[in-house]
Write a protein that binds this ligand. Structure first.
Ligand SMILES: [Zn+2]
Ligand SMILES: [Zn+2]
Length: 141
């Protein structure tokens, strides 16, 4: 797949049987929605699923940021804001092909999740540590 931002080929990063597409050039990440759901299910992350449904159903954010094309269907994706102060603007395909995070947005999302969720049992932390592992992984591939 081609990076929607800088048009470089993306690397496929596999983690626990889930494949992500990672751009080594701009550090952006594409989460295929099917893959993401599979990953959450296999980890029993119901809370995280609700979190994602919330993202999918949220309204389009007003932003000056350039619109990205979905790497699968090539249509423009919608901007969706997650959280507050600072909000994280992600790109999402209208046909639910997946989510795009610009380089740096994943780190913001991780910080957001760590504030939103209590430490201990919860799904947010598991997602967070999953993402941390994923983003330390690309150099190995
Ligand atoms: Zn890129
Ligand atoms: Zn699409």
């Amino acid at each position: 797949m081609i990076c929607p931002v800088c048009k470089h080929d993306m690397l496929v990063v596999e983690y626990h049987n889930v494949e992500l597409d990672y751009c080594n050039s701009c550090k952006g990440v594409w989460f295929d929605s099917g893959e993401l759901e599979l990953m959450l299910k296999s980890h029993g992350l119901e809370e995280a699923k609700l979190f994602l449904d919330g993202i999918l159903n949220s309204a389009e954010a007003v932003s000056s940021e350039k619109k990205r094309d979905c790497p699968i269907c090539r249509h423009k994706m919608k901007k969706t804001a997650i959280g507050e102060e600072p909000e994280v603007l992600i790109d999402m395909c209208h046909d639910e092909h997946g989510l795009w995070f610009d380089g740096g947005e994943v780190a913001q999302l991780m910080r957001h999740l760590s504030r939103e969720h209590r430490p201990g049992h919860d799904a947010g932390e598991q997602v967070m540590s999953f993402l941390e592992e994923v983003f330390e992984a690309p150099e190995r591939t």
